[in-house]
Design a protein around this ligand. Sequence first.
Ligand code: FE2
Ligand code: FE2
Length: 373
Amino acid sequence: MATVEEMIGRTDPNDIEAILAITNTDADEIAHIVADESDAIFTWDYTKAARPKLDKLYEKAKTSQWNGTTDLPWDADVDPEKIAAELHAEHADDPPIIDFAGTGAEKWGDKEWIEFNRLSADWTLAQFMHGEQGALVATGKIVETVPWYDAKLYAATQVMDEARHVEVFARYLHEKREGSFPINAHLRMLLDDIINDSRWDMTYLGMQIMVEGLALAAFGFMHSMTEEPLLKKLLRYVMSDEARHVAFGVLSLQEYYQELTQAELRERQEFAVDAAVRMRDRFLQQEVWHRLGVDVPAMMGILLQQDPAENVFQQMLFSKIVPNTKKLGLLDAGDGWLREQFTSMGIIQYENWASTDEEYGSLDEVEADKVAG
Ligand SMILES: [Fe+2]
Ligand SMILES: [Fe+2]
């Protein structure tokens, strides 16, 4: 059984020095190479709809395609500075939740917080873009490694979806924001683990359940916050696809996990917690604080000490992951270890929310727009 240290490379998940030791040391690198240990599998069983739910998803994916070039209002005027200032003004009267004493940020005025808002949005959108490329590569891998015909066909549609997502986020950052960030090192390590693993279901668990489950919630949050019409439609259309992707993970792993032993399921539970910790580390936005000259270790200490119950944003990011792991049977497999972990992370309250295999149809705005003409 893996120890916490083996999983995340440190004994204490809140060890700030260890978290900050993981940095993107080569911000100028163009290519990043990851060994892929898995077998490519051909199947000679071409029975379509042998798995009816996957076949239904495949048929839906074919009719819900959209074109990132022509279906989004790219002529919209976007003023990142103004958006950052408006966000700041909206929250000017909120009572402070966090005491930033000792970080440098306690001395910030309006100007610095507006700059933070602007960089934080650049950073968030850049991580979405890098994560989308991770999904593109991971799903290309699933086409090769999954043994089932219906799943290979479906995965091919997801490869196209992810190409479109990388395209639209990259174009938005380049044309409308003129700011970007390299990939966050915690996110990169998670993507590396997902690509490197030799077991085909681990790609699904890491990408479709954890990374995309979190992305679906994060896109939904940003979609509800933004009034900027181009970004709003872009996010809503990406979410329409993303819901299918998470459903693909749930429908595939639900079947496969029924064949696994308790010991094998425990490895999947540990992989899920490893991914959750890395994603939490990623959302500390260490690169943004660093760029603004804040005392980063002091800031990390304050953010990590925050009571999970008060960190509503971080909790909400897991609102899709928890019900989906429950649907897979992972939440309560074995001795309930994963339930304990999610309880201590303050996210167990989502367990009875809708799982994404049940709600993906209702999240499809692309189809709704087509029907509306
Ligand atoms: Fe995507
Ligand atoms: Fe996706």
